[in-house]
Design a protein around this ligand. Structure first.
Ligand code: UD1
Length: 372
């Protein structure tokens, strides 16, 4: 059974790494990697291949940035050629980025079965490009692998037949479990060379990149006020996403940002470095999808600057709190709670145990045996 695994953007790499490893350990499965090139900077892509011990991709489509339509269309055209050549038995896509829907759609049009890992998540907010990608990908996938109970409920509501749905746990947490000990060995001075010293619990870790927060001057200005408040209590470590940096420049806010005392900024960090920082942080402030899950697993308090989440288990069981309103006053109260040790404690969701990719490999072997 030949499987083509798709990666495109930063959050895909840590999900595909354990899958590729699990598939390679099974003689019945042949596993290849296609990188669309949606993310292309060394710090957004190459470093993850090295640290997650992924081989060089079998195909690199080099599509780069552009509007959503341009990006999606370029991926589709380039991926069609790969499929014509490879004729795989299965295309596996993960998550909710433009590469996910683009490759799933090409495969389905060529009658090649599609597996979607991280299926069933719904924020209910169709203004998010990822929500559209999730809904469309699930509706055309043959095998849907689910990370949390809400996903099972959402797919049932959408009338996806039971036999297509598998509750397997979380492949991103597989990577975390696999690399946690290695990340702990990193010293903070190795994680942040030539920067002010930090220690466990001495800092708040922040990431912001979602268009709804950083593509508007009002959103970015509120974020700056929130950092200016936070640095009075703790150091703030902020690896800056390329989109956020561009917008700070475009809105004339870069100088104010760079002048904030006690703020340690860096380029996007590698996987191990960022994992080290999440585990040692007093608090994480983010608008990411995946970081909500990683902080839940690590039991680090997390404030997520979004009005909804497609990962409700991180709020119900985990350490995550959603803040829809970027009002610095509201954020201040939540921040102090967490910093004074009154933040959410939380527990680890079912099946987030480092073995999700193994379960997915078992499902494929089973399908393969039945088809023979
Ligand atoms: C994408 C995903 C988002 C995910 C995020 C993680 C979609 C719809 N969105 O958003 O779900 O949370 O990745 O980072 O797929 N850029 C660079 N270098 C790079 C990559 C991007 O400079 O290596 C620039 C692009 O040129 C563009 C901007 O950053 O101007 C945004 O990149 P893009 O791929 O469009 O989406 P993200 O915001 O990264």
């Amino acid at each position: 059974m030949k499987i083509l695994n798709i990666v495109g953007a930063r959050p895909n790499f840590m999900k595909v790494a354990p899958l590729h490893r699990a598939f390679q350990a099974r003689p019945e499965l042949e596993s290849k990697i296609v990188h669309t090139g949606q993310h292309y900077d060394a710090k957004m892509s190459d470093v993850f291949f090295t640290q997650l011990e992924l081989p060089n991709p079998d195909y690199f489509l080099g599509v780069g940035g552009g509007s959503h339509t341009q990006q999606t269309a370029k991926i589709m055209l380039a991926f069609e050629e790969v499929l014509q050549k490879e004729q795989p038995d299965l295309v596996l896509v993960v998550g909710d980025v433009n590469s996910t829907i683009a490759c799933a759609l090409v495969a389905v049009k060529m009658n090649i079965p599609v597996a979607h890992v991280e299926a069933g998540l719904r924020s209910g907010d169709r203004g998010m490009p990822e929500e559209i990608n999730r809904i469309l990908t699930d509706s055309i996938s043959d095998y849907l692998f689910v990370t949390e109970m809400s996903g099972m409920i959402n797919l049932a509501k959408e009338n996806v037949p039971d036999e297509r749905i598998f509750f397997v746990g979380n492949c991103m947490i597989d990577s975390l479990v696999h690399y946690q000990a290695r990340a702990r060995q990193l010293s903070y001075s190795a994680v942040l060379p030539n920067k002010p010293a930090i220690q466990d619990q001495s800092y708040v870790l922040m990431t912001m990149h979602r268009p709804s927060n950083v593509d508007f001057v009002e959103g970015l200005t509120s974020i700056l006020s929130i950092i200016e408040d936070a640095v009075q209590y703790r150091q703030v470590v902020f690896p800056v996403h390329p989109r956020t940096l561009k917008n700070l420049e475009n809105f004339g806010l870069l100088e104010r940002f760079e002048r904030i005392p006690n703020l340690i900024t860096t380029e996007p960090l590698g996987y191990l470095e960022f994992l080290r920082l999440m585990e040692g942080a007093a608090l994480v402030i983010t608008d990411s999808g995946g970081i909500q899950e990683e902080t839940t697993f690590l039991q680090t308090p997390c404030l997520t600057f979004r009005s909804s989440t497609e990962r409700p288990v991180t709020v119900d069981l985990g350490t995550n709190t959603l803040l829809a309103d970027l009002n610095p006053e509201t954020v201040h109260q939540h921040m102090l709670e967490a910093l004074e040790g009154r933040g959410k404690k939380g527990s680890i969701p079912p099946l987030w145990d480092g073995k999700a990719a193994e379960r997915i490999a078992d499902v494929f072997i089973d399908i393969f045996e039945r088809k023979r």
